[in-house]
Design a protein around this ligand. Sequence first.
Ligand code: ADP
Length: 393
Amino acid sequence: MKIISVNAGSSSLKFQLFEMDNETTIASGLIERIGLEQGIVTIKYSGKKIVNNLEVKDHKVAVDILLKALFENHIIETIDEIKGVGHRIVQGGEIFDSNCLINQKVVSDILDLQELAPLHNKAHVTGINAFLEVLPNTPEVAVFDTTFHRTMDEVTYLYATPYEWYTKYGIRKYGAHGTSHQYVSSICNHLLNKKDSKIIVCHLGNGASICAIRDGKCIDTSMGLTPLEGIPMGTRSGNIDPTIFGVISKKENKTIDEILNALNKESGLLGVSGISSDSRDIEDAMKSGIKRAELAFNIQVKRIVDYIASYYVLLEGLDAICFTAGIGENSSVTRKAIVDKLKVLNIYLDEDLNKLRGQNLISSKESSVKVYVIPTNEEVMIAREVIRLANLK
Ligand code: ADP
């Protein structure tokens, strides 16, 4: 059974087409620069990669191009072969406690949540409508980044700001990367095979968040109202003292939006190092002895360790730490730097296992907590949700 998993951004559309009988990716692709002069269409299948430059007027045209490419390359023969479409939605607010089949009410609710995710939710709806137009009889499912975090209690999700900000405007912690945290922790739970398991997942990519999970349920996570909160990331600052807004606004005559832009796009690894947001560049620069690269790396590691330590206490102990996403899966250097700071909790790395690639246990026999690398797969999780919610078995 073929299911397509979609991530629609304001000017891009990313997709993966799965054969869900064996959960393999048959084709994947990215359509970029939608609505701009020269679009870029990249389609990958059977080890081949096709890149075309052409105008992509809007998301509907992007979906047409994507389906045409699937036909032309004989990846599918008829449109009916696609049995369902799953959409990644960044913000589900307090409306969506679970993922769901998409109907007109769901679409308008996603739009109502726009204020909490201005860049994302509107773009997601554009993607949903484009698929509805082209595949009107195919079930579409919304999979929210926030639903996994809906089990946090109010002591955890409320900020200590005026309570009316919450009741009037929904100002609270929602978290993100929920689909990834859920996927990775479910694999970890399977490996642990233990009741009431206590797990910390470190999703360390360009965007990065940490999640404390007890018995399969999120009890706390590092991202907040938006993905800006938490640990420093590729270009995001993570937690700061909000007073910085006032100081920078006066010193540099900047607006709130300009400062927010700097905190989202010019901070983190990039801001501190002045070199790059990409951890590979940071590691290379560290090898060349560049001090600010080392500083950027160490600040990120320190803040990650702070969260692990605080979640250890919150969970009242710990069974496993899981590393996932671009840095978590690939950077043995980052993993080592983090786990080396956890010796006080009797958590130890096996340095040889840490050098392996793919899913692995990387802690030593002496470690009181298991440490795993578990590659994430948000797209397959979305496709699984389509099958479950559209009853496609
Ligand atoms: P996102 O999905 O948030 O854009 P990814 O999960 O793809 O991000 O992670 C991107 C990050 O992973 C980048 O900082 C990149 O440098 C890092 N990364 C990927 N491969 C490696 C590697 N081999 N060593 C170190 N870092 C890596």
